[in-house]
Design a protein around this ligand. Structure first.
Ligand SMILES: Nc1nc2c(c(=O)[nH]1)N[C@H]1C(S)=C(S)[C@@H](COP(=O)(O)OP(=O)(O)OC[C@H]3O[C@@H](n4cnc5c(=O)[nH]c(N)nc54)[C@H](O)[C@@H]3O)O[C@H]1N2
Ligand SMILES: Nc1nc2c(c(=O)[nH]1)N[C@H]1C(S)=C(S)[C@@H](COP(=O)(O)OP(=O)(O)OC[C@H]3O[C@@H](n4cnc5c(=O)[nH]c(N)nc54)[C@H](O)[C@@H]3O)O[C@H]1N2
Ligand code: SF4
Ligand SMILES: [Mo]
Length: 921
């Protein structure tokens, strides 16, 4: 992509381009959104006779203003689908056979029902996708609930799960607080563990606009990345040492009195405990642990203090660690210390991953929650049973009825217990059944829009795939799942259509909900995901319950009806106001939105924020504009203002958890207050503001469960936030580490630090499985495997890479899997640039890749991209793909070498720090 400032990008005049004689039929334009990353760039597709013939970036679009990266610019290749799966296939005696959809659904369904009978519903794993649109994500979670299991998950687990947990537990919602566009207003842009120049390329346009307007850019990364090249100040850090670094910065802030005392007093709980921990991180200790010199830490702290408001940007360098949840909380605390929250130009701009990972998270395609972060409690199930209008007892009867022993010895039942996470599904297959907190091991695995090479411990995944009774892949491409194992039978490949062959909404990183139009009919025999979900529901006999209030035409559940259904239930995070009609109206009026504030200026959407970013409170009739900047108290809630959420009670150890002396503009309660309930409305004397119908529904309910929306409406009418007005909390007392503390990675070369900063003890039962920590760290692997191994992204490829490596335009750009290694390490090992090397890890995985000798990484650190697959430990698996489907570019997956390690709250996999050795091949 060119990195021209957005103001310099103009629409090229290509009017003459299509005046050829073979062009017959009218060309229509369809508006869609790029299906790769969370920036959410608008794509305009030109369609003629049902064929997608051309594409342009959307010039009106507030996020990309006419620019695209290489991936977005080549999405039309999906519309050709040269390498796509064309029809359902089945592996029989080692050969791929074409079968019909009917046969596929029947055979898979029969086997699943048999597994359900013998081993229980939890023995089938439903791995969903951040590639689903919102409607499909919601329907998928509902489907899993009706199947009767919480063994359902998606990419967010191995992406931002630690952010969601850490951030939601700090101030209420686990999402990006501001927006890419809002970075125009940042005076300091602090980027840590993120490489947006490659991973969110169009976001860089916004970052550079901030920089042009005087914003200082600080980049903290172990590698001198393409983003670092734009920094005013680049700081190289040892992988896995982020907490000490952040505490080191805050140490200087406390020393110099740079904290925002008024903000902390009014809006933060628990800062004293943080002060105590930070006091330990003197400049010497910070340097010893992180490798960063005092002058750099001091300078970063001073720049942030002197250039307010500043924003903090983080991504996978922060989240993908055994201490990921603590990392994210430390960064929240940094912003709380500076009082940078709830202001334009400030906030935590947490760049999300896939195009709809935000939406799939919001709609609960996770093993620990129902849609809307309601959790898995009985109240949550009852809420959704009411929205779905199905009998709660019927849903309950679908689940395994037995009870199992939880960590603390108390009995738990599968319906109310977190399921196995995607990061650990292989252990669900391989672990001794005695150690698993469910009836049996996993026997059937469904990878529905999910690559296998994106998860660690490749050789064990291969073993797990081979041990399963049944393996099902639902994807536009066969994916590495089709080839990385030696199964001869019972693998099914079901062709899903891409998001260009269907329509619906998605939620981009900044919580904006966008509508996509359908560009063309599904290619070949592929079907959109919601059709496939419906077919399985029919087979299992619950299609009528699944679509009780959703029209079904020709086997396709109506997208708009699904949107309307979740609008009736998603009160807790404000997905109730974004009706199909409002979203489509915005799509037709993209040009009316201001490119910095995201607010429509005049026109039919006047005053609304683009994408009605959630929370968009109340019913659509209330016309809430959405919330562009979370926790901004300077504007009324009705106009998109909000305080920190009262989520953690009102008092702890005699201290007030509610806000003190701070409230949103126009609030009639001029102080902190708890979440709204029907009783609270009565106490306040506001109950009679409800209509008679609202009263009937709201009685005994709260702002999250009142299906009339009356409680929200009345709270907002009086200037209040439905969820209360509280302090953010700097300590999360329910977590293993209430105050974020440094713990060395499981595989660390710094044996001198292990005694002082040990990892956790092994745990017996965590997301249904035993989890190892200390027993791994106790062994010293660093003699045999001396290099720190980290991993991440390349701009050309996405995720496991099957789509992008099958795209001829992108495949050309990056043809070899490689490892970045410092010249000194290369010379010591006799490795030359461009030659093949073996990379070997402490758990037995090995990959053969090309060496890229570069000072981008420092001595002792190597980096590999994770987008390759189709080679396994030196062997090209091309012949194992169904004919004509092998991607143009194949290579080793770095996750064959990546090792054990999981976050203590969310079971996020550790993909940013392990150990390896490299030798010439
Ligand atoms: N081209 C492309 N774009 C993508 C994707 C893709 O696959 N390809 N995927 C999307 C998805 S799913 C996501 S989640 C985002 C991810 O986007 P990013 O997180 O920005 O991408 P990564 O390259 O994984 O990691 C970012 C940086 O973290 C650094 N890092 C590694 N370890 C550490 C550490 O311990 N501390 C610190 N401070 N930094 C560390 C790495 O050197 C790397 O430069 O990208 C999205 N966009
Ligand atoms: N070592 C290492 N490993 C990592 C990471 C890392 O930084 N380092 N990053 C992690 C992160 S953040 C993430 S998010 C994951 C990403 O890893 P994955 O999400 O597993 O990667 P993708 O290959 O993008 O998987 C998406 C799949 O969905 C399919 N698909 C596309 N559109 C549709 C659709 O409409 N319907 C259906 N059914 N399928 C569709 C694609 O063909 C593709 O196979 O990788 C994780 N793994
Ligand atoms: S991959 Fe991301 S930055 Fe690139 S065009 Fe697509 S949405 Fe935009
Ligand atoms: Mo991700």
């Amino acid at each position: 992509m060119s990195l021209l400032p957005t103001a310099m990008i103009n629409k090229a005049d290509a009017a003459q381009r299509r005046q050829h004689s073979y062009d017959e039929g009218e060309i229509t334009k369809k508006r869609s959104v790029c299906t790769h990353c969370s920036v959410g760039c608008g794509v305009v597709a030109e369609v003629q006779n049902g064929v997608w013939i051309g594409q342009e970036p959307s010039f009106d679009h507030p996020f990309n203003l006419g620019s695209h990266c290489a991936k977005g610019a080549s999405v039309r290749e999906h519309g050709h689908g040269d390498k796509r799966l064309k029809y359902p296939m089945k592996k029989v005696a080692g050969e791929w056979q074409r079968i019909s959809w009917d046969q596929a659904i029947d055979e898979i369904g029969d086997q699943m029902l048999a597994i359900r009978e013998s081993a229980g519903p939890d023995s089938v794993y439903w791995l969903g996708s951040a590639k689903f649109n919102n409607e499909q994500a919601y329907l998928f979670r509902k489907f899993a609930a009706f199947w009767g299991s919480n063994n359902v998950d998606h990419q967010a687990r191995i992406c931002h799960s630690t952010t969601v947990a850490g951030v939601a537990n700090t101030w209420g919602f686990g999402a990006m607080t501001n927006s890419y566009n809002d970075i125009h207003n940042s005076k300091c842009i602090f980027i840590i563990g993120a490489n947006p120049a490659e991973a969110h390329p169009v976001s860089l346009q916004h970052i550079l606009r901030g920089k042009e307007r005087g914003g200082k850019v600080i980049v903290v990364d172990p590698r001198f990345s393409r983003t670092a090249a734009h920094a005013d100040h680049y700081i190289r850090i040892r992988p896995g040492a982020d907490i000490p670094f952040v505490w080191g910065m805050i140490w200087h802030m406390f020393q110099n009195g740079w904290e925002d005392e008024q903000f902390i007093n009014q809006r933060v709980y628990g800062m004293d405990e943080i002060r105590a921990e930070v006091a330990k991180w003197t400049p010497d200790e910070v340097e010893r642990v992180t490798g960063v010199k005092e002058a750099d830490v001091f300078q970063a702290a001073k720049t942030m203090y002197e250039h307010k408001p500043g924003t903090v940007v983080w991504c996978m360098g922060i989240t993908q660690h055994t201490v990921g949840n603590s990392n994210t909380r430390a960064l929240c605390i940094l912003q709380l210390v500076l009082g940078n929250m709830g202001v334009s130009g400030g906030g935590t701009n947490i760049f999300r991953g896939h195009d709809n990972v935000q939406g799939a998270t919001d709609f609960g395609v996770t093993s620990n929650s129902l849609p809307g972060y309601y959790g898995l409690s009985q109240d949550a199930w009852e809420h959704w049973a009411r929205v779905w209008d199905v009998d709660y007892n019927w849903i309950a009867s679908q689940f395994d009825q037995a009870s199992y022993e939880e960590l603390n010895g108390s009995p738990v039942s599968p319906m109310f217990t977190n399921g196995i996470t995607v990061s650990r599904w292989i252990d669900g297959v391989l672990e001794d059944p005695e150690n698993i907190t469910q009836k049996d091991i996993l026997r059937a695995m469904v990878l529905w829009g999910h690559a296998p090479n994106s998860q660690t411990r490749g050789p064990e995944m291969k073993a797990a795939m081979e041990k399963l009774d049944l393996l099902v892949i639902v994807d536009p491409f066969p994916t590495v799942s089709a080839v990385m194992n030696d199964r001869q039978d019972n693998v099914y490949l079901l062709p899903a259509a891409t998001q260009f062959e269907t329509y619906g909404s998605l939620t981009s990183s900044n919580r904006s909900v966008q509508w996509r139009e359908q560009i063309m009919a599904p290619l070949f025999e592929s079907l959109p995901d919601h059709n496939i979900i419906y077919r399985f529901a029919e087979k299992f006999g619950f299609a009528d319950q699944l679509c009780k209030h959703i029209a079904v035409n020709d086997g396709e559940p109506l997208i708009e009806d699904i949107t309307r259904e979740y609008n009736r239930g998603m009160w807790a995070c404000g997905y109730t106001g974004q009706t199909p009609e409002r979203l489509k109206l915005q799509l037709a009026n993209l040009h009316t939105f201001n490119k910095t504030t995201l607010k429509a200026e005049g026109g039919p959407c006047d005053g609304e924020f683009y994408g009605l970013p959630w929370p968009c409170w109340g019913t659509a009739e209330m016309k809430h504009p959405g919330t562009h900047i979370l926790y901004d108290t300077s504007i009324p809630v009705a106009e998109g203002g909000s305080p920190f959420r009262a989520r953690f009670g009102v008092e702890r150890e005699g201290q007030n958890l509610l806000a003190e002396g701070s409230w949103t503009a126009g609030s009639e309660i001029e102080d902190g207050y708890p979440e709204f309930t029907s009783d609270m409305l009565k106490e306040l004397g506001w109950w009679n503001d409800l209509t008679a119908e609202e009263k009937a529904e709201a009685e005994g309910k709260n702002w999250k469960t009142d299906l009339s929306g009356g409680i929200q409406r009345v709270a907002i009418k009086h200037g209040c936030a439905p969820y209360g007005n509280a302090k953010a909390r700097a300590i999360v007392w329910q977590f293993p580490d209430p105050v974020p503390i440094h713990r060395e990675p499981l595989y660390t070369p710094r044996r001198d630090l292990v005694a002082e900063y040990p990892t956790y003890e092994d745990r017996r039962n965590f997301y249904r499985l035993p989890t190892r920590y200390g027993s791994i760290q106790a062994q010293d692997f660093s003699q045999e495997f001396p290099l720190i191994m980290t991993s991440g992204r390349l701009v050309e490829y996405e995720g496991g890479g099957e789509e992008t490596r099958s795209n001829p335009w992108l495949a050309e750009l990056q043809q070899d899997m490689f490892i970045e290694i410092n010249p000194a390490d290369a010379n010591n090992a006799g490795i030359r640039d461009g030659r093949q090397v073996w990379v070997e890890g402490p758990e037995g995985g090995a990959v053969k890749v090309m060496a890229m000798v570069t000072p981008r990484v420092e001595r002792g650190v190597v980096f590999m991209p994770f987008h390759f697959g189709g080679h396994y430990q030196g062997e090209d698996l091309k012949d194992k793909y169904p004919e004509g489907t092998a991607p143009y570019v194949r290579g080793e997956s770095c996750n064959v070498v990546f090792t054990y390690g999981y976050d203590s709250v969310t079971a996020m996999q550790e993909t940013k720090v392990s150990l390896c050795r490299v030798r010439p091949a």
